[in-house]
Ligand binder design. Structure first.
Ligand SMILES: CC(C)(COP(=O)(O)OP(=O)(O)OC[C@H]1O[C@@H](n2cnc3c(N)ncnc32)[C@H](O)[C@@H]1OP(=O)(O)O)[C@@H](O)C(=O)NCCC(=O)NCCS
Length: 204
């Protein structure tokens, strides 16, 4: 497996991939200035313009660029990797609990200690970060990041490309639109429109 992105989130992904044990990490794709740099023993072997070449040699890829706010970069890389011919499997930490009645899309990573409960649906290219909770019947559309320790209560819907900050709680049944940003440590008690930026205390 090739990891596309060579920052802090990539290192957290390595930890999960190693523990899951299904894929061997062949190397990373990074920025030109990151070429040949080492990350937990893995090397940046190429930049993203080499994806079509790499896809001839390696079967799978995971987008390991982190995301606080807009999903554009992760969406672009995901499409580029798919177009290059990579398979984009999901990765599930052995310490996570994913209900057999839940679905997880392609290219999504469910990290250590996360819970995805019965009836929940998580789309493609998402990050369900360490200790996040996706409660029963919740839907997380494609390209979202549900950060460390965030809680999506039952039947919540998170629109595509949205970010929910660390430790934030979304009330059951609510809908957040597409490309929303919820800051860390907040209680979301009302539906949010597409592109809403919710950082609490009336701040925008
Ligand atoms: C929402 C966020 C993106 C805003 O970042 P920003 O645009 O750089 O804004 P600033 O940090 O300059 O904050 C602007 C103001 O809003 C306040 N604010 C920002 N985020 C807040 C939050 N989550 N809760 C309450 N107040 C917040 C700041 O204190 C600041 O107010 P002040 O000027 O009175 O001190 C950032 O604060 C945040 O929550 N990031 C998410 C972190 C996270 O969850 N990471 C994921 C790890 S897996």
């Amino acid at each position: 497996m090739i990891l596309i992105g060579a920052g802090g989130h990539a290192r957290a992904c390595m930890e999960v991939i190693e523990q899951e044990g299904k894929y061997q990490i062949a190397g990373l794709v990074g920025m030109p200035e990151e070429m040949r740099s080492q990350h937990l023993g893995y090397t940046v072997i190429a930049t993203d313009d080499a994806l079509p070449e790499l896809a001839k040699e390696y079967r799978c890829a995971l987008i390991t660029v982190g995301m606080v706010g807009p999903a554009d970069k992760r969406i672009h890389l995901y499409r580029q990797a798919a177009q290059a011919g990579f398979l984009l499997p999901h990765i599930i930490a052995p310490t996570a609990h994913v209900s057999r009645h839940a679905t997880i899309g392609a290219g999504t990573i469910v990290m250590h200690g996360a819970i995805v409960n019965a009836g929940a649906r998580v789309g493609s290219n998402c990050i369900v970060n360490s200790r996040a909770l996706i409660e029963h019947d919740a839907t997380v559309e494609d390209h979202c990041h549900i950060s460390t320790g965030a809680i999506l209560n039952g039947s919540v819907t998170i629109g595509a490309g949205s970010f929910v900050g660390s430790g934030s709680v979304v009330k059951d049944g609510l809908r957040l639109g597409k490309c929303c940003l919820v800051g860390m440590g907040l209680s979301v008690r009302h539906n949010q429109a597409d592109h809403a930026r919710f950082i609490g205390h009336g701040r925008k």
